[in-house]
Design a protein around this ligand. Structure first.
Ligand code: SIN
Length: 275
């Protein structure tokens, strides 16, 4: 496997890898690259749904998303779809998947199945670089903080998606979620310190109300999104992206109205997080 950086601090494009057969030391090297760079893009892959599932199982197991529609034949595969007639996309704001679970998913393997003629890129930001760039005073302020995360305001009955044209496609309106994680975690594999709050699912710091939490939370969210901390995945037929939810946030661009986009996502099992 060879790779080149997608941007200075985040992302890698890897070549010389066939995801349909990867195993052993080569798979371990790919995992390490995903943990470190946050997202790895692989082009010209020919993964069938069965091979997509085998890859995820080899990686370390599957954590089925509560909300996205699932493939009838392969319920391990979630469908991330925006139809040509829909206005709202899935994941169209900065977030990290499953932070509302006490043991959040490690990451995802996203396979492009239907792409618009242009647009529909996905942006990634590196939370290790975001943490490193904070000033020492802010680092001290968040050192021992924990935060509460939930998805209830997003997916539950009456939640954000219920008011959009995605509402009818989603599942799990009765699922309740809630988890507490340190604001600064150590990556379970690399040991790197990472900022672990996000704009979609982090509600408040433990011991503070939402209103008390907002000024610092918004400051952290803004500080994490510098241009030099981001990369852009441009999808093509055969592109697969594998990302680490601890190392990165992501944001799916919604700039292709009138065209369909369908991606197949398997969410990978993760670890409990610690400071
Ligand atoms: C997501 O998993 O949040 C969606 C990513 C994408 O569709 O590019």
């Amino acid at each position: 496997m060879e790779w080149t950086p997608m941007a200075d601090k985040v992302g890698a494009e890897a070549t010389g890898v066939d995801l349909a057969t990867i195993d052993g030391e080569e798979l371990e090297a790919l995992k390490a690259l995903v943990h470190d760079r946050g997202v790895v893009v692989l082009r010209d892959q020919t993964l069938t749904p069965e091979q997509h599932i085998v890859l995820a199982e080899r990686w370390g197991g599957i954590d089925i998303n509560n909300y996205f529609p699932l493939q009838d034949e392969y319920p391990q595969i979630a469908i991330v779809r925006k139809g040509a007639d829909q206005q709202t996309n899935i994941g169209g704001a900065w977030h990290t998947d499953h932070s509302y679970d006490q043991v959040p998913a490690m990451g995802s393997i996203l396979v492009a199945r239907t792409l618009p003629p242009s647009g529909g890129d996905t942006l990634f930001a590196h939370m290790g670089a975001a943490y490193d760039a904070l000033d020492e005073e802010t680092k001290a302020e968040i050192e021992d903080l924990k935060a509460f995360h939930t998805a209830d305001h997003v997916y539950k009955e009456g939640g954000i998606y219920a008011h959009t044209d995605q509402g009818k496609d989603l599942r799990g309106q009765d699922v309740e979620t809630g988890a507490v994680h340190p604001v600064v975690i150590r990556h379970p594999q690399t040991g790197r310190r990472l900022l672990y709050v996000n704009g979609s699912f982090t509600i408040n710091f433990v011991g503070q109300s939402r209103e008390e939490s907002l000024p610092l939370l918004q400051r952290l969210l803004a500080a994490a999104l510098t241009d030099d901390n981001q990369c852009r995945v441009e999808w093509k037929p055969g592109t697969v992206a594998i990302w680490d939810n601890r190392t990165t946030w992501h944001n799916a661009m919604n700039d292709y109205h009138g065209h369909a986009r369908e991606m197949h996502r398997i969410t990978l099992s993760g670890d409990a997080l610690a400071a």
